[in-house]
Write a protein that binds this ligand. Structure first.
Ligand code: CAA
Length: 278
């Protein structure tokens, strides 16, 4: 099976890695060789960790031999399935889908890893809207089991089933959503938890550290809310929050997030967010 992944950032390189681990031939596409080379390093490092603790049998080199990187969409000309994982900007996603629609065979399924944009809005730009679907992974894709599968009002039942089976083949636990609500299910819950955590801190009732301590030690979550926000990227969260707000579903992104993004304090990736990462 051949799969294309467009966008090699936080989610894209992880999705490509998961696909390669499950034996697929992967075409990873991005806009520059610098970005792709960074993705190669991150994938190799993650594969090394998985190999070291026996989670995968093949060496990182053996897995990476199935991954072809490219700055041209032409490598996707014979793929069976494509997943897009570029930033949460509708116009950008629509451009990627136009390209994929042009290059891939007519039967290829085109999936988006969007965490908030309605799938129909993306599907409508293509000439095959019944073959477009949402396939939403979680960070870090090699470790997180859940995959949300989101059909749009146009998606064929066979396409939904294929995507569910593909997620299983990748060792994931697919959850099929019944309707296309803004933010799907996981992120609506996630943003509400973040909103409440922010309120506690902004009202002076708690500290960032106190909220995170409670999340880890009382709610037994693997990370505190603010730690998790830093891990995902505050810019990613603000974008997500905006998309959902524009569709009338949630409160606006809370001040503590907006201020940090304005100061370019984006979390782990920029060295500072709610915490510092030397
Ligand atoms: N690849 C391979 N291995 C990795 C890895 C990666 N990317 N990240 C961590 N690991 C390994 C570590 O090497 C470590 O291995 P050993 O036990 O052999 O040492 C193991 O995983 C545990 O890692 P850590 O000790 O560093 O930390 P941890 O125990 O806290 O686990 C975690 C890390 C799995 C990320 C865990 O903290 C966790 O589950 N956090 C919550 C993640 C989450 O909620 N993600 C969803 C975010 S929302 C989203 O993605 C949706 C959206 O649309 C915005």
């Amino acid at each position: 099976m051949r799969i294309a992944v467009v966008g090699s950032g936080t989610m894209g390189h992880g999705i490509a890695e998961v696909a390669a681990i499950s034996g697929m031939e992967v075409k990873l596409i991005d806009v520059s060789w610098d970005i792709l080379s960074r993705a190669r390093e991150r994938m190799t490092e993650s594969l090394r960790r998985l190999h070291e603790r026996g989670a995968i049998r093949e060496s990182p080199e053996q897995v990476m031999a199935r991954v072809e990187m490219s700055i041209s969409y032409d490598v996707a000309k014979d793929v069976d399935f494509a997943v897009e994982a570029v930033p949460e900007v509708l116009e950008l996603k629509r451009k990627v889908f136009q390209e994929l629609d042009r290059v891939t065979p007519k039967g290829t399924i085109l999936a988006t890893n969007t965490s908030s944009i309605p799938i129909s809005d993306i599907a409508e730009i293509t000439g095959r809207r019944e073959r477009v679907i949402g396939m939403h992974f979680f960070n870090p894709p090699p470790l997180m089991k859940l995959v949300e599968v989101i059909p749009s009002k146009y998606t064929d039942e066979g396409v939904v089933q294929f995507t569910v089976d593909l997620a299983k083949r990748m060792g994931k636990v697919p959850v099929r959503l019944r309707v296309e609500v803004p933010g799907f299910v996981s992120n609506r819950i996630f943003l509400r938890l973040l909103q409440e955590s922010c309120r506690e801190v902004e009202s002076g009732e708690a500290t960032i550290q106190g909220v995170d301590y409670t999340a880890r030690n009382v709610m037994k979550l693997p990370m505190g809310m603010f730690e998790l926000a830093d891990y995902v990227g505050l810019d990613v969260i603000v974008d997500l929050w905006k998309v959902i707000t524009e569709r009338g579903a949630e409160d606006v992104p809370c001040r503590m997030f907006r201020e940090r993004v304005e100061r370019k304090e984006l979390g782990v990736k920029s060295g500072k967010g709610f915490y510092s990462y030397p």
